[in-house]
Design a binder for this molecule. Structure first.
Ligand code: XBP
Ligand code: MG
Length: 253
């Protein structure tokens, strides 16, 4: 089958939004609400096992603040999360969160090669809009034929629902696509939809297991900045180009 589309996760894959955006925003929201909660980088690393900000807040209360008194935890998590989203968008609007190495180049190359692009993420849609608009310009939102974000599906990653949803919207078969992910939950989700995944790790995910990945890299690389292969087949490539993706796809998908 021919490679027709690339599907991208957002957080940790396109940018280091977890460390530089979400974590900061969660802590600022807690502060604004007068809570003495503070999520350290180390704690956040553990909390990231739970996908979705509202679920993460509820998981934190249950496991780390069982004494917290609240009549309606669902409502509390929803409102705290809405405040966190506002703060996150403000942080991204300040322009301090760049896209990871190779991302802009690959988007442009893929578009020039006629590949279709999509997003499959657990994060809130407003966060995706802000990141794309601030790093690539608002018009770049149109580069993505489908943006699957937030709770368009009832089961978040690691469930495969979001990838099934995106495939369905695009009318594509899994074997016609390659996915880009950064985390164990992400590759489990893609694999559940029979998709093959190229992984670029980050500081939170470098120790995750990525069984079944096409290849695991430190980043996408650039012509003058080669990637490091953590696991898998670089073929002859030193950076992730469309040619390399086509070769990987032909060999392993
Ligand atoms: C991303 C998430 C999200 C973000 C925070 O996972 O799990 O919850 O951490 O965003 P993935 P929200 O990269 O696998 O999509 O607070 O908007 O949920
Ligand atoms: Mg991710």
């Amino acid at each position: 089958m021919t490679l027709k589309a690339l599907i991208f996760d957002v957080d940790g894959t396109l940018a280091n939004t977890e460390r530089d955006g979400h974590l900061v925003a969660f802590n600022l929201a807690f502060k604004e609400l007068g809570l003495d909660w503070y999520w350290s980088n180390e704690l956040y690393h553990k909390l990231l096992d739970v996908t979705g900000g509202q679920l993460r807040i509820k998981h934190y209360i249950k496991n780390y603040k069982p004494e917290f008194e609240c009549d309606n935890v669902d409502l509390f998590a929803k409102e705290t999360h809405a405040l966190k989203t506002k703060i996150y968008v403000r942080l991204v609007d300040a322009g301090d969160i760049p896209l990871r190495t190779g991302v802009v180049r690959l988007f442009k190359e893929a578009r020039d090669a006629g590949l279709r692009l999509a997003i499959a993420t657990t994060t809130t849609p407003a966060n995706v809009d802000a990141l794309i608009a601030n790093t690539l310009g608002r018009e770049a939102l149109d580069w993505f034929e489908v943006i699957g974000a937030g709770d368009v599906v009832s089961n978040l990653k690691p469930a495969g629902d979001i990838y099934h949803w995106v495939l369905d919207k695009m009318g594509l078969k899994a074997a016609e696509c390659v996915v880009f992910e950064d985390s164990h939950n992400g590759i489990i989700s893609a694999t559940e939809a029979y998709l093959k995944t190229l992984v670029t790790v980050n500081e939170y995910t470098k120790s995750h297991s990525f069984e079944g990945a096409l290849v695991v890299l430190d980043n996408l690389g650039e012509p003058n900045q080669p990637f490091t292969v953590i696991k898998g087949d670089a073929i002859d490539a030193t950076y992730v180009s469309v040619d390399y993706l086509k070769e990987l796809h032909a060999k392993y998908c």
